[in-house]
Design a binder for this molecule. Structure first.
Ligand code: GLV
Ligand code: MN
Ligand code: MN
Length: 406
């Protein structure tokens, strides 16, 4: 099955018919359907399917298995590629799945061309990359790499109050077994993730990542007092919505002052009645910027502004960090080798987080980007032209071929 056929097969899964946006949250039915698709594609190619302890899946091409001459030197660590199948709420089709579909297509190309890799090639589907269900981005790769405390991960809850541990258990995994997986990491020599570019910086079909900017997520809780919208005098109110609104505006100002970006894209209002003053508001702040100190300053300023806005309304404010990723400079030698295998390609930084960024603390990792003509991402209009996607497959095949040779 070629790239376009695989792409078409995935397109309807989890797509909202009204908005065209995708809702593929980890271990919900649409994401499970994507996982089943992944398993089918592995099976169809005779790739060995591995379910790791942390909810990640890997399809292994080990050329010594059933393909004539044993070629893999067992001392050689694998080349891992892949991406993720989950989406943000109302996300685009490309963020994540493009890297996985391209990986299967690249392995097909290598096989058609009679490539003789000396290393196993694995195609990974990392779990909960977007953190759309449990709040922590790249949860599967963080657990694998030891970048999150397993006990904390077990206790993360989704919007319905279900814990990550319960959901894992329901999916047939042992929640007590999650955490750093040295055995799996020890089998992998490097990870190369292909991804749709998420801005407009890439003018050519394919580019190579240089770095990921520091980024993180914070949760702000505003606790006030629920009351009647018609009978409560203004002076008697403890309305958490007012400091919340002040905080949103402060985030924009702080970002402008510090040369960062700050976004409040998710808010939960309790109880959420038109004719009721809210008792509490929970808001999530996403902040990113070129340097750690600028991001930290942005968040500190937002927190201070929220507290100041809350005081006259007798609202309590709490600010908690949910995740933070320091700057990632991708491994220079691998990046040069990847760019070299492509005969030179533009090299660019990104403001988006990726499993490749998390894994870079444990392995050499690199990323290929496929041009995004409008730069829109995390939205239904996210797009890449088919010709560019096919150029991405060729590029990934060239990189895998090169890396798996020696
Ligand atoms: C993931 O795509 C992120 O950058 O948040
Ligand atoms: Mn994303
Ligand atoms: Mn992604």
């Amino acid at each position: 099955m070629g790239f376009e056929e695989m792409w078409r097969a995935l397109l309807p899964v989890g797509r909202d018919a009204d908005t065209g946006g995708y809702h593929r949250f980890a271990w919900t039915p649409p994401e499970l359907e994507c996982r089943a698709w992944f398993a089918d594609e592995a099976r169809r190619r005779g790739l060995a399917l591995e379910h790791d302890r942390n909810g990640n899946m890997i399809a292994w091409w080990r050329p010594e298995e059933g393909e004539g001459e044993p070629r893999v030197d067992r001392g050689h660590r694998a080349v891992l590629t892949g991406s993720h199948l989950d989406s943000v709420p109302g996300g685009g089709a490309f963020d994540g799945p493009l890297g996985i579909v391209s990986a299967f297509a690249a392995v097909d190309l290598l096989r058609e061309r009679g490539a003789t890799p000396r290393r196993p090639i694995g195609i990974a589907a990392f779990a909960e990359e977007e953190g759309a269900r449990f709040g922590v981005a790249c949860l599967g790769s963080r657990l694998l790499a030891g970048a999150i405390d397993p006990a904390r991960a077990r206790g993360l809850t989704d919007g319905d109050g279900r814990t990550f541990a319960e959901v894992l258990h329901g999916a047939g995994l042992d929640p007590d077994a999650i955490g750093p997986d040295e055995e799996l990491l020890g089998r992998v020599g490097c990870y190369v993730e292909l991804h749709v570019e998420q801005g407009r910086a890439l003018r050519e079909p394919v580019g190579v990542a240089s770095s990921i900017v520091p980024h993180g997520r914070w949760r702000l809780e505003f606790a006030g007092e629920g009351n009647h919208a018609g009978t409560t005098a203004l002076a008697d109110r403890r309305d958490p919505m007012i400091p919340f609104a002040g905080m949103v505006l402060a985030a924009r100002d702080a970002a402008e002052r510090n040369g960062t970006v700050a976004t409040v894209g998710k808010v939960r209002v309790v109880p959420g009645g038109v004719n009721a003053i809210a008792s509490s508001v929970t808001a999530w702040l996403d902040a990113r910027g070129p340097a750690d100190d600028a991001v930290r300053r942005t968040v500190a300023e937002v927190g201070a502004a929220a507290r100041e806005a809350a005081r006259p309304h007798r609202v309590a404010v709490e600010l908690a960090e949910e995740s933070y990723t320091e700057i990632v400079d991708f491994n220079l030698a691998l990046r040069d080798r990847v760019a070299g295998a492509l005969g030179g390609a533009p090299v660019l930084p990104t403001g988006a987080g990726h499993d490749a960024g998390v894994l870079s603390a444990r392995l050499p990792t690199a990323m290929l980007f496929v041009r995004n003509p409008t730069g829109v991402s995390h939205a239904p209009a996210e797009h890449a032209e088919t010709a560019d996607c096919l150029a991405g497959v060729e590029a990934l095949a060239a990189v895998l071929d090169d890396l798996a040779r020696g």
